[in-house]
Design a protein around this ligand. Structure first.
Ligand SMILES: C[S@@+](CC[C@H](N)C(=O)[O-])C[C@H]1O[C@@H](n2cnc3c(N)ncnc32)[C@H](O)[C@@H]1O
Length: 244
C-alpha cells in the first residue's frame, strides 16, 4: 500500500475481454447520468465507484466532491490502478486535502472497503460475467449501500439481443439468467432506467435503491398488523428461489 492506493489482494489479471467489456471508455454524457445522484445529497457524502477503468466516471465524481466527502474506488486491473493514481488521483489529493480519496486495487468481492455509502457507481460489464459472480457482486454492493442510498450501473442497449445469435446455447442461457437477475433487482429495489444515446454504443443507466423497500414493508406492516411482512417474506422466498 502506498499513499491511499491499497494494492493488496491483487490477482494477476488475464488480459481478456470479460473484465473490461468494452474497448471504448464511457462518454461524458453517460458519466453525468451515472453520477447525478451525488449532487442531490446534502452534507458530507460517501461515494464508492466499482470498476473505474481509466476513469471516465471518476472524473465526473471528483468534480462533484466537496470538502468532508469520502470517495473510494475498487478496480481489479493493476494497470488501470496505476494510470488512475498517476493521471487523476494524486494531483486531486494535493489540490483537495479535505476530501478523502482511496483506491483499492482488488476485486470488489474481496476488497477491504467499509460502508455504508450514499452512492455506488458501478461500471462492471455484467453481461460478460457468470450469473453467480454477478449475484455475489450485487450482494456485496447492497451490503455496502445505505438503506436510502442509490446504486447505479449500466449496460449497452440491446447488448443481449445483439450477442444472442452469435453465442452457443450455453452462452444464451447465461445471458437469459443475467437478464432475469437484472429484472429481479429492479423489481425489488425500486429500479428505474435511463437510455443514454450520447454514448458509443448507446447505454442504459439503471438506478436501484437500498433496502428501502424492506423498510417501507416494515412500516406498512405496523399499520396492517402483519400482512405486509407476510408479503415481504414471500418476496424474499421468491428472491431466494431465483438465486438458487
Ligand atoms: C467496462 S469497464 C468500465 C470502465 C469505466 N467505468 C467506463 O465506463 O469506461 C469495467 C472495469 O471494471 C473492472 N473490473 C472488472 N471486474 C471487476 C471486479 N470484480 N472488481 C473490480 N473491478 C472490476 C475492469 O478492470 C474494468 O476497468
Amino acid at each position: 500500500m502506498y499513499g491511499d492506493f491499497a494494492c493488496s489482494g491483487v490477482r494477476p489479471l488475464r488480459r481478456d475481454f470479460r473484465h473490461t467489456g468494452s474497448v471504448w471508455p464511457s462518454s461524458p454524457i453517460l458519466a453525468q447520468a451515472m453520477t447525478s445522484a451525488i449532487a442531490a445529497i446534502d452534507g458530507p457524502r460517501r461515494v464508492l465507484e466499482v470498476g473505474p477503468g481509466t476513469g471516465p466516471f471518476t472524473k465526473s465524481i471528483l468534480r462533484k466532491l466537496r470538502a468532508g466527502d469520502h470517495f473510494e474506488m475498487v478496480e481489479i486491473n493493476r494497470n488501470f490502478c496505476r494510470k488512475l493514481e498517476k493521471d487523476l488521483l494524486s494531483g486531486y489529493r494535493d489540490r483537495h486535502p479535505n476530501v478523502t480519496v482511496r483506491l483499492h486495487c482488488a476485486p470488489i468481492e474481496e476488497a477491504r472497503v467499509e460502508g455504508p455509502f450514499d452512492v455506488i457507481v458501478c461500471g462492471l460489464p455484467f453481461n460478460n460475467f457468470p450469473p453467480k459472480l454477478m449475484r455475489q457482486i450485487f450482494r456485496r454492493m447492497f451490503e455496502l449501500l445505505k438503506d436510502d442510498g442509490e446504486l447505479v450501473y449500466f449496460e449497452y442497449a440491446g447488448v443481449r439481443v445483439l450477442k444472442g445469435p452469435i453465442m452457443d446455447s450455453a452462452g444464451r442461457a447465461r445471458l437469459k439468467r443475467i437478464n432475469a437477475y437484472g429484472q429481479s433487482l429492479r423489481r425489488h429495489h425500486d429500479g428505474s432506467k435511463e437510455l443514454i444515446l450520447g454514448n458509443f454504443p448507446p447505454a442504459i443507466a439503471y438506478r436501484l435503491k437500498g433496502e428501502r423497500r424492506t423498510s417501507i414493508a416494515a412500516k406498512s406492516d405496523a399499520k396492517s398488523g402483519g400482512k405486509a411482512s407476510k408479503k415481504a417474506s414471500g418476496t424474499r422466498a421468491r428472491r431466494e428461489r431465483q438465486r438458487a
